[in-house]
Design a protein around this ligand. Structure first.
Ligand code: SAH
Ligand code: DHB
Ligand code: MG
Length: 249
């Protein structure tokens, strides 16, 4: 297992993300991946006023569009449904796009808690959840997740049936630790963006996001409480992937 990276503060992580995300090389097949995503989305993921308004208001507020693609959002929704989830924890809300997909999978007495460091994004997300009629099911908590997770645990929140980890990647191993504390046998843990154009295979990477993701994957690999797999994906968001784990004990 790799040693855990230092805990990073959101501003720091964001600075690095912005520097390292400049001018990403575009794969020659990107147009085809986008077209195929459009085909599947047009057929299987019908347009929806609340979701469209969420993307529009996120854009208007200047949020960087890091939301899951529509077909990925529906995958999260279906996984939560298949799981029979009544409670969901999300780490990394942005404008609430994935939050809406997940919250819509819950029964009316279900509960979703989403953690967001950026107060402006959290405000946008709350408005979007209210517009989607999910204000009583989904709650956005502002603050660095490593500050709000202990508070959540101290309240006795959880166990959550599904956890979606999608915030600052350097802290992924820490988020996995908290996810394990806040789940039960049978819970599902999903981690986004674990491939990043293949960067994940580089053990010598100095990118703290790659190091954080590798540390999370390697924690899962050796973990007696987890059974996990990971998939590479291509689509409108490029070449990336996600990890899916079930808490088994
Ligand atoms: N899940 C969203 C996208 C999240 S983007 C969707 O698919 O629609 C990642 C989010 O994590 C950003 O909004 C960013 O502000 C937030 N973030 C970054 N560092 C964080 C931290 N330390 N704690 C909580 N949220 C953080
Ligand atoms: C980034 C973060 C995400 O959660 C995502 O889905 C895509 C990109 C980023 O930090 O660049
Ligand atoms: Mg993501």
């Amino acid at each position: 297992m790799e040693s855990m990276p230092e805990i990073q503060h959101p501003a720091q992580a964001q600075d690095q993300a912005q520097v390292q995300d400049q001018d990403p090389a575009q794969d020659p097949a990107q147009d085809r991946w986008t077209e195929v995503d459009r085909y599947f989305t047009d057929h299987l993921v019908p347009a929806d006023d609340a979701l469209e308004a969420t993307l529009a208001s996120s854009d208007a507020a200047g949020l960087i569009p890091m939301n899951v693609a529509p077909n990925q959002g529906k995958l999260l929704h279906l996984l939560a449904r298949i799981q029979g989830a009544r409670t969901v924890l999300e780490i990394g809300t942005l404008g609430g796009y994935s939050t809406i997909w997940l919250a819509r999978a819950l029964p009316s007495d279900g509960r979703l808690v989403s953690l967001e460091a950026d107060p402006a994004a959290a405000d946008v997300a709350r408005a979007n959840l209210a517009r989607a009629g999910l204000g009583s099911v989904a709650e956005v908590r502002t603050g660095a997740a490593l500050d709000t997770l202990p508070l959540l645990a101290a309240e006795g929140a959880g166990p959550f049936d599904l956890v979606f980890i999608d915030a600052d990647k350097p802290n992924n191993p820490h988020y996995l630790e908290w996810a394990l504390k806040l789940t039960r046998p049978g819970s599902v843990i999903i981690g986004d963006n674990v491939v990043r154009d293949g960067a994940v295979v580089n053990p010598a990477s100095t990118d703290p996001r790659v190091r954080g993701t590798r540390a999370m994957i390697e924690m899962m690999a050796g973990h007696p409480k987890l059974s996990a797999t990971a998939l590479q994906t291509v689509g409108s968001k490029g070449y990336d992937g996600f990890v899916l784990a079930r808490v088994v004990a």
